[in-house]
Design a protein around this ligand. Structure first.
Ligand SMILES: Cc1ncc(COP(=O)(O)O)c(C=O)c1O
Length: 390
């Protein structure tokens, strides 16, 4: 038998993605009710698509752009950062990336040496854990406080810091819990990071989807934090541009050339056609963003109403942001959330994501996505009512 090529220890450490595994298994189930993907189901707004078509016609997209991105786009991003994130940014402090994901990967590679520890408040987006492993760093998962709505546990974070701790990486609004970390908590976190000279890498992908008067706060808006923070953003969620693969990061001007040393071998530059589309997104009308947010809020409320009817099966924290939620399953059978999810898929025809995909503290939970049409939520819950009731 032919021997398999020996892969790196880094890659060997990484297991299968539960999200992709559930997607694969879901394809085997007829007429599945799909709540397992965190991607916008709306199409990209017309004016953004038209700008991309015009850029193709004008012959603008066949070559590379500057590695850091089109200057006009970086200028617009700097304006947005000042307006919406309260980060006074110069365009030279902006790097346009292949989605938030490539920005996060470049940021992690720029600050993490082999063996360095990176603190991740958990449960957290599984890709962040993998990015640390790929940089040969050590992910240190510090549980959030579920009883208070998965908020940051600052004391636990302080206790987790060792001489090898290099960075803290978090996403707020959170995937998978929908928690929006408060300004107060992030200011406390900032003080801890300054005291120990830690880098802070943020994933602010869901910054515009925040409900019930909660506010998204960017930690880089604290002037003393600027030197320590790399803030990552994306067009994917805000403008329903998942497949365009376009995002950006902001960091201090000293750090940008260092992050670019990782960005260039990873990507050279972000797709140029997508950079023109992103420019149109920032310069054009913003009502699409508001209407996505309104839709997600209505969908969240519907999902919470439907969960209330299944009170003997789930308890949950109402998400303050994102389009994801993370109910706890009250049944003993859910101790192994992967087996539970697969059974729910096969027997109930509802596709969800097992909580353990977001770290061990996620066990006994499901991640449900409400960025789906309302009838998909109703269909999934009718099936779950029949499945759990029967
Ligand atoms: C928290 C978070 N960050 C980043 C991404 C991916 O962003 P992008 O498409 O910009 O790479 C996702 C996608 O689900 C996400 O949930």
């Amino acid at each position: 038998m032919a021997k398999r090529l020996r892969v790196s220890d880094r890659i060997g450490q990484i297991g299968k993605s539960a999200i992709h595994e559930m997607t694969r298994l879901s394809k085997e189930v007829e007429d599945v009710a799909f709540l397992s993907w965190a991607k916008p189901t709306s199409d990209t707004p017309e004016h953004i698509k038209e700008a991309a078509v015009a850029a193709i016609r004008d012959g603008l997209v066949g070559g590379y752009s500057e590695n850091a991105g089109l200057p006009r786009l970086r200028e617009e991003i700097a304006k947005k950062l000042a307006r919406d994130n309260k980060i006074e940014a110069d365009p030279s402090e902006v790097l346009v990336t292949v989605g938030a994901i490539e920005g996060l990967a470049a940021a992690v590679l720029a600050v993490v040496d082999p063996g360095d520890e990176v603190i991740l408040p958990s449960p957290t987006y599984s890709t962040h854990i993998r990015q640390v492993v790929i940089a040969s760093g050590k992910p240190v998962l510090v549980p959030t406080v579920e009883d208070d709505g998965f908020v940051l546990d600052i004391e636990a974070i302080k206790r987790a810091i060792t001489p090898r701790t290099k960075a803290i990486l978090y996403c707020s609004p959170s995937n998978p819990t929908g928690t929006v970390f408060s300004e107060q908590a992030l200011r406390q976190l900032g003080e801890v990071c300054l005291e120990h000279d830690l880098a802070v890498i943020t994933d602010e992908a869901y910054e515009y989807f925040v409900y019930d008067g909660h506010k998204h706060f960017s930690i880089a808006s604290i002037p003393e934090m600027r030197r320590n923070v790399i803030s990552c953003y994306t067009f994917t969620k805000t403008y329903a541009m998942t497949g365009w693969r376009i995002g950006y990061l902001h960091a201090d001007s000293d750090l940008i050339p260092q992050i670019a040393k990782a960005h260039i071998p990873l990507a050279i530059c972000a797709p140029v056609i997508s950079q023109y589309a992103a420019l149109a997104a920032l310069q054009g009308p913003q009502d699409c963003v508001h209407s996505f947010a309104e839709h997600y809020l209505a969908a969240r409320n519907l999902m919470c109403d439907r969960l209330d009817r299944l009170g003997s099966v789930f308890s949950y924290y109402k998400p303050a942001g994102s389009y994801l939620m993370f109910p706890r399953i009250l049944l003993d059978a859910a101790k192994d959330s992967t087996t539970f999810c697969k059974k729910l898929l096969r027997e109930g025809r509802v596709s969800t994501t097992p909580g353990v995909a977001f770290g061990p503290t996620g066990e006994q939970h499901l991640r449900l996505s409400f960025c789906v049409p309302e009838d998909a939520i109703n269909k999934a819950f009718e099936r779950m009512e029949a499945y759990f009731g029967g």
